[in-house]
Design a protein around this ligand. Sequence first.
Ligand code: DQA
Length: 148
Amino acid sequence: MTCAILILNGPNLNLLGTRQPEVYGPTTLKDIEALCDAKAKELDVTVAFKQTNHEGELVDLLHAARGTYDGIILNAGAYTHTSVALMDAISSIMLPVVELHLSNIHAREDFRQKSYIAPVAVGQICGFGAAGYPLAIDALVSYLGAQP
Ligand code: DQA
């Protein structure tokens, strides 16, 4: 199956590797991109990797994904817990989105228990650190392959 996946990372994820390594691990975003490239090669799919700290730019990138990508893996960072705009964008683009977090947001502070992405995502992967990204690619490719 030919399929193109967009991996979208939100605020502060550019700092992975030095940002609270006790929570998010020692892996940098560049390392994660390499893990995703290796998984994409294994599954014979293509992945594009983007990061922005800006909510509106995430909305724009979600809109622009239409017609280019078959599905999206989204780590929206803190916007997960606040952004109705991201929820509305996902509802509007008719593309499957997998919600991803390095940490287990359900085992952390109360404010992280609420996700505006979860109700409009096909599923959520969290708590597996950097390994969650290749897991999310596996999950999305399998989801897309099961679509009629
Ligand atoms: C995160 C979890 C969010 O609560 C947090 O704001 C982040 C990272 C994660 O990957 O674990 O920035 O999305």
